[in-house]
Design a protein around this ligand. Structure first.
Ligand SMILES: *Cc1c(COP(=O)(O)O)cnc(C)c1O
Length: 385
């Protein structure tokens, strides 16, 4: 198998060709799947490196990791069975008693796991309002804070955090910065190049893009003790991404650029159409000049803002729920980043403990025709009032 990272070529070329992959024996352009759970020792009875047992790693997952590492400009990438198992591995790899600074509103699963570690006394968590760098700075305990977590743009109102500034705050206090930029995958935002130490993505979302895999990716700027501890956690817990799912992920990533460009175009068209709409209180999308994070987002995404936006309906929570129910094209499903459009009433999904506007509908815009999507939302909004 030949995998040739080739940095001077543009990301679109590298992605489309899956790192110029050609199977040497047959010339096949599609990469193989290697499902073996175990590997025979060599004639000298020594284990054949690097593959011994699939709970450590396998060739197909390594290939998918090489594609992401190349895209991120990372020293290394690890793929997990889900975004959550990747996030949990990071938290569990921190030394007992470590202090973590994280947004008060963020992806609910990661927040719940942080709260669990805090409640059991293994980690101590301080929260800052998402995007508020002064509050982040004030929450730092120099010498004790091990990790600063940033989600940008942040679920579900798409608050934008300046990654370079956050890296300065974290590293200035001796901590590491981890970014969750799931909503703007590495064809938009390369967090390591902006100063983050670890880049987290739920690869379930844009990286795979077809709503048929759960996967999580961690990429690191410099390997070291924390990275080794994270990798060990993956092996011990058996959360390495399965080779079949890695193969689907490779296939999905080959069209990442095309999909996200189209999703951005569609999201912009929808945001522009519904901004100031008589049945809406607001449209939240970093691609709109009216969004408070617009300028930073434009810089951090090369203008490719992604397909995630939220709308806040007039009326009450029931009006919002009825709007989601009345859609014919947008599926009423959780998750994001797939080729098909989804709509979700966040308050219903995240539950009462989370600080989410009761009328907020989160849209994950797919690659369908923009006018069809606009027409669907128009009829749903009118049906709900
Ligand atoms: C989905 C998601 C996660 C969790 O990833 P899974 O693949 O669902 O485990 C974490 N952060 C964000 C922003 C997400 O959207």
């Amino acid at each position: 198998m030949t995998i040739r990272p080739n940095r001077p070529l543009s990301p679109a070329t590298r992605l489309a060709q899956a790192l110029h992959h050609v199977e040497e024996r047959t010339g096949a352009l599609a990469p193989p799947i290697q499902p073996s759970s175990t590997y025979a020792r060599g004639a000298d009875y020594a284990p054949r490196q690097p593959y011994i047992y699939r709970r450590d790693s396998n060739e197909t997952t390594d290939h998918a990791e090489a594609i992401i590492a190349d895209l991120e400009g990372a020293a290394a990438t690890l793929l997990f069975a889900s975004g959550m198992s990747a996030a949990c591995a990071v938290l569990e790899a921190l030394p007992p008693g470590a202090h973590v600074v994280a947004p008060g509103v963020m992806y609910h699963g990661v927040l719940q796991q942080m709260q669990h570690h805090h409640a059991t006394g293994r980690l101590s968590i301080s929260h800052y309002p998402a995007g508020d760098l002064d509050a982040m700075q004030a929450a730092m305990r120099p010498g004790q804070t091990a990790l600063v977590w940033v989600e940008t743009p942040n679920n579900p109102d798409w608050t934008v955090t300046d990654i370079a500034a956050a890296a300065g705050i974290a590293q200035g206090a001796g901590a590491r910065l981890i970014t969750d930029c799931t909503a703007t995958p590495p064809c938009c935002t390369r967090a390591l190049e902006l100063g983050a130490d670890i880049s987290f993505h739920s690869a379930t979302k844009y990286l795979n893009g077809h709503s048929d895999v759960t996967a999580g990716a961690l990429s690191v700027r410099d390997t070291g003790a924390l990275w080794d501890a994270i990798a060990k956690m993956r092996t011990l817990q058996g959360t390495v991404l399965h080779s079949f799912d890695a193969w689907l992920l490779i296939r999905g990533m080959r069209t990442l650029m095309l999909r996200v460009a189209r999703q951005t175009e569609n999201a912009l068209a929808i945001a522009r159409h519904f901004e100031g709409h008589d049945l809406l209180q607001s449209v939240l999308y970093p691609g709109l000049p009216s969004h408070p994070g617009h300028a930073v987002a434009a810089r951090q995404t090369d203008g490719m803002f992604g397909g995630m936006l939220s709308i806040i309906t007039k009326g009450n929570a029931q009006t919002a729920i009825d709007t989601a129910r009345a859609c014919r094209l947008f599926y009423p499903a959780t998750s994001l980043g797939g080729v098909e459009s989804l709509i979700e009433h966040r308050k219903t999904v995240s539950g009462p403990g989370f600080d989410v506007h009761a009328n907020l509908l989160r849209l994950s815009v797919g690659i369908e025709d923009a006018q069809d999507l606009i027409d669907d939302l128009e009829q749903a909004l009118r049906a709900a009032v």
